[in-house]
Design a protein around this ligand. Structure first.
Ligand code: APR
Length: 234
């Protein structure tokens, strides 16, 4: 049996991969609001400047929800994929379900709930379960701690590394993302232009569905393991 040829694969995940683990997505028909606040009202630097206590409350709630959540079959399948191919796993999610499922390396382009950032000196540290307006920076002492989350209008993390991986990829897959938010929503088009085969695995066609060569519809916990099995079958 010829050995499996290792492919260079880039996978982008969004809130949809964590939905079956009980973590709310952002733009579901009924959801997308929190305490009647639109996401744009709590996930922006302006919102944090205007009402830091509200923003801390929002992220404390999401941190608690993520702490109790367990990875699903889709997360575990991607951990398997990393063992068979050269996988660059990029997530827009701020939960740690990919890590809990055993993925060796995860690029959190929108930051992570487990991170804290000092708005005064830019020091980063592992966040406690809860943060508030009195939380002091362990480096400069200022009561200026904020979640290390990339808010609307801020530059996502590790973009250079992500673009390089996309340009070298044989295969690009987007899983559980609506294709609303750039730059992530532009990854498929860039991958296709660089010669990669692009596949979308999502509950429904995304906003940028036209950028993909292939679509697999359904719940991530079903369609992602199937897709990975095809890629890892010798
Ligand atoms: N399986 C597969 N896909 C699913 C599932 C599921 N069980 N449940 C929902 N989906 C799909 C939805 O159809 C939708 O297309 O997942 C997508 C989730 O889209 P969004 O809620 O917009 O989340 P996402 O694309 O990750 O948002 C991107 O926007 O709010 C910002 O920074 C935030 O990282 C987030 C970014």
């Amino acid at each position: 049996m010829p050995p499996l040829r290792r492919k260079r694969i880039v996978v982008l995940t969004g809130a949809g991969i964590s939905a079956e683990s009980g973590l709310a997505t952002f733009r579901a028909a009924e959801g997308g609001l929190w305490e009647n606040h639109r996401l744009e009202d709590v996930a922006t630097p302006e919102a944090f400047a205007r009402d830091p206590a509200l923003v801390h409350r929002f992220y404390n709630m999401r941190r608690a929800a993520a702490l109790g959540a367990q990875p699903n079959a889709a997360h575990f399948a991607l951990a398997d994929l990393a063992r068979a191919h050269d996988l660059t796993l990029v997530t827009q999610n701020v939960d740690d379900l990919h890590e809990k499922a055993g993925s060796p390396e995860v690029i959190h382009m929108h930051g992570a709930l487990s991170g804290a950032l000092c708005a005064a000196c830019n020091h980063r540290w592992k966040s406690a379960a809860e943060m508030d307006t009195q939380t002091a920076c362990p480096s400069c002492g200022a009561a200026a701690a904020r979640p290390d989350i990339v808010w609307f209008g801020e530059m996502p993390y590790q973009m250079e590394r992500i673009w390089d991986a996309i340009e070298a990829a044989d295969l690009f897959a987007a899983i559980g993302t609506s294709g609303h938010v750039y730059p992530a929503a532009g990854f498929a088009q860039h991958a296709a232009r660089s010669g990669a085969h692009c596949v979308e695995l999502n509950l429904e066609p995304s906003q940028n569905a036209r950028d993909f060569h292939e679509h697999r519809g359904g719940k991530a916990s079903a369609i992602v393991p199937e897709w990975v099995a095809e890629l890892t079958r010798p």
